[in-house]
Unconditional design. Structure first.
Length: 79
């Protein structure tokens, strides 16, 4: 269990959240859905209430590469 926790913490601390957030667009407040070394960021973005909620919480709380809290209100909420 200790080994898993250590690995998960190391992995989390390596994620460059602002890099995935901007996706080449400094004004973006939603995360790119991926990156391909040959072509760059995917055009698809996490922009609605889904897994994005967890991405936002992890990014805001990152001890190494945090994003601005404003990302929490940037995604669409369908009522």
């Amino acid at each position: 269990m200790k080994k898993i926790r250590s690995f998960a913490t190391a992995l989390y601390e390596r994620v460059d959240w602002p890099w995935m957030l901007t996706g080449g667009n400094a004004d973006a407040l939603t995360y790119s859905m991926g990156y391909k070394p040959g072509s760059g960021f995917l055009k698809a973005r996490w922009s609605t209430y889904s897994e994005l909620m967890m991405l936002s919480l992890l990014g805001i709380g990152s001890p190494t590469y945090p994003v601005i809290p404003k990302t929490w209100i940037a995604f669409a909420r369908h009522m």
